[in-house]
Design a protein around this ligand. Structure first.
Ligand code: FES
Length: 208
């Protein structure tokens, strides 16, 4: 969906683009007065279609976050950070609402989301696992630990297990080099992790 939106955006003149953005923004403002139409909003102009399909409460929440940052385009990263903290990830529909609220293009929001590895468009598991691959962790065997997580979970970096429980990602130094290699499960930090300790870590979340 995001690629279609971006293709569509490129295919129109900038004036048209501005008109569409204004129109879509008006829809969102109307939604303020009538929350019952929050669940679906559409703006059409020529070849362009902007469709936003999200649950009513989710759009309200995004709108709230943007308002907290005065709907300023310069606050995009803070808005994305807060939105991801709230929903766990940033799917295309969420990016579109943010783009309209901040009056920037969807392509711009998408560019920022994909530039920073912190942001993700894929839903994370209930227990997101992050393996530190910073220098200290790497030289102390982080890669082997990562391989063991991949093997045990049957997923690659950037994926989520079928049951939605675990997702796997890498991150750079978390500032606990003395405990290398380090992994995080959610906010919990595990230090001096060895490949043969991976199963025990996963088992601790078996009944959660
Ligand atoms: S390199 Fe992993 S905690 Fe510093």
């Amino acid at each position: 969906m995001i690629s279609k939106s971006l293709t569509d955006e490129k295919s129109i003149k900038s004036d048209d683009n501005k008109a569409v953005k204004t129109e879509a923004k008006d829809v969102i403002h109307q939604m303020d007065k009538n929350p019952s139409i929050y669940s679906y909003a559409a703006a059409e102009k020529g070849k362009v279609k902007v469709k936003i399909k999200l649950a009513e409460d989710k759009i309200q929440k995004i709108h709230e976050i943007c308002t907290n940052f005065n709907n300023e385009a310069g606050e995009l990263i803070n808005v994305l950070h807060q939105t991801q903290h709230t929903f766990g990830y940033l799917p295309a529909e969420v990016q579109e609402v943010i783009a309209h609220c901040l009056n920037v293009s969807t392509a711009h929001v998408y560019g920022v989301v994909t530039f920073y590895s912190y942001f993700t468009m894929i839903p994370k598991g209930r227990f997101p696992i992050s393996v530190c691959t910073g220098t200290a962790c790497y030289v102390r065997g982080a890669e082997k630990v990562l391989d063991e997580f991949k093997k045990q979970l049957g997923i690659s970096v950037g994926q989520t297990s079928d049951d939605g429980k675990f997702s796997l990602s890498c991150l750079r130094c978390v500032g606990a080099c003395g405990l290398a290699p380090v992994i995080l499960v959610g906010e919990k930090v595990y230090g001096r992790v060895a490949p043969d300790g991976v199963k025990a870590i996963l088992d601790a979340y078996k009944d959660k």
